[in-house]
Write a protein that binds this ligand. Structure first.
Ligand code: DC
Length: 221
């Protein structure tokens, strides 16, 4: 099986780009952030203090999360319920970033992610795919863009979905999440040594998709 790891900060366009490139290459697109989001949603539903590691750990026991792929589209199932839409709110984004610092949460999700990569050719996006989850990935890409460019894109996405938030709030959330994601002790967001770093600040979406498709093809021949 072939695996491509795409890591990078929130809002770098990973999911949109990875989805489009997977379609072109006929790979399964796996959005691992959705798993952290599902756990974040679960903890919010239970009213658990996201800083309380003990309570988070005990809420993990018996928790069932899996990803299913319908016509190539990923759906997240949390305890039998499809939560694919519910996990896309700003409060779940923040909760996901917070619970992702918990070591037991990361362990809980590790095998699940690896098992998916054993079953098909994948393009997996996240924060630690090239460094921890799939250290032997055939291609590793670290996708980034300035915080302002990422906030602008995220803001426009939220508006399209009818979620109202100010640009300033989206920008400060992105900066806070960058901080959490890159300063945590376990599996922090850092480029793998053998990754190709791509900064999309000045690229259009189409240019980013072409660029990444080419990088992958060049390395797979
Ligand atoms: O990619 P995303 O924004 O949907 O991810 C939500 C949060 O999950 C993100 O702030 C950090 C965490 N995450 C992680 O720690 N490791 C991953 N492989 C994917 C996401």
């Amino acid at each position: 099986m072939v695996s491509v790891a795409i890591d990078g900060p929130a809002g770098a366009g990973k999911s949109t780009i990875a989805k489009a490139v997977s379609e072109r290459l006929g790979f399964t697109y796996v959005d691992t952030g959705a798993l952290y989001r599902a756990i974040g949603l679960h903890m919010l539903n239970l009213g658990i203090d996201l800083k309380n590691d003990e309570l988070i750990c005990s809420a993990l026991s018996g928790l069932k999360i899996n990803l299913i792929f319908k016509d190539g589209v990923q759906q997240v199932i949390l305890c039998g319920e499809d939560v694919s839409d519910l996990i896309r709110t700003p409060s779940v984004s923040m909760a996901a970033s917070q619970i992702s610092q918990n070591q037991e949460v990361r362990k809980f999700l590790l095998n699940l992610q690896r098992e998916i990569a054993l079953k098909s050719n994948v393009l997996m996006d996240g924060r630690d795919i090239g460094t921890v989850v799939l250290p032997n990935a055939d291609v590793k890409i670290f996708l980034t863009a300035s915080a302002e460019a990422r906030a602008r894109r995220r803001y426009e996405e939220l508006i399209k979905k009818g979620i109202k938030d100010s640009y300033e709030k989206v920008l400060s959330d992105i900066k806070l999440r960058d901080y959490y994601d890159s300063h945590r002790e376990i599996a922090p967001l850092i480029p793998a040594k053998d990754s190709v770093i791509i900064d999309t600040t000045k690229y259009t979406l189409e240019e980013s998709i072409d660029k990444i498709e080419n990088v992958i093809k060049e390395r797979l021949v």
